[in-house]
Design a protein around this ligand. Structure first.
Ligand code: CO
Length: 157
């Protein structure tokens, strides 16, 4: 495992649409391990492959609950309900926090690192993280969805 450098807002790579994963090999496993290591070391709750310069539909979410790190490959939101408005940030935009509206609850369909399909539900922070990371795979940044910019303060990327 290795830490990877996180690209910052303004880098064109963050605006690209990522391609689906088709090969479930050791390289994919290594990318997932590196994403998790980088995420945890950076104290974030989610990290997407394009943030480390890899234009593939891969992301990890870890909201420090019993589920640990959730690895999502080729994820899709298949169901969403309710809404929540809250403070959101991104590891690619240190010290920037904005109020963003997201669904309160989502169901995501994805593949695991071996290519097996699964569905997972998340609400509150977990739903927010799923939506934020899946947006990254389409080159969408949280600032595109801002309701209003807040002064610098706490919150989780
Ligand atoms: Co982000």
């Amino acid at each position: 495992m290795a830490m990877r450098e996180i690209l910052k807002f303004g880098d064109d790579v963050l605006r690209k649409k990522c391609r689906p994963v088709t090969k479930f090999d050791d390289r994919l496993g290594e990318l997932l391990d590196d994403l998790t290591e980088t995420l945890l070391a950076s104290d974030g709750v989610g990290l997407a492959a394009p943030q480390v310069g890899i234009l593939r539909r891969v992301c990890v979410v870890n909201i420090r609950d019993k589920r640990g790190t959730i690895e999502l490959i080729n994820p899709e939101i298949v169901e969403e309900s309710g809404n929540q408005v809250g403070n959101e940030g991104c590891l690619s935009a240190p010290n920037q926090w904005c109020e963003v509206e997201r669904p309160f609850r989502v169901t995501v369909k994805a593949l695991d690192r071996h290519g097996n399909e699964f569905t997972i539900k998340g609400s509150e922070l977990c739903a927010r993280a799923f939506c934020h990371e899946i947006d990254h795979l389409d080159g969408v940044l949280f600032t595109d969805r801002v309701k209003k910019t807040l002064p610098q303060q706490g919150g989780k990327p």
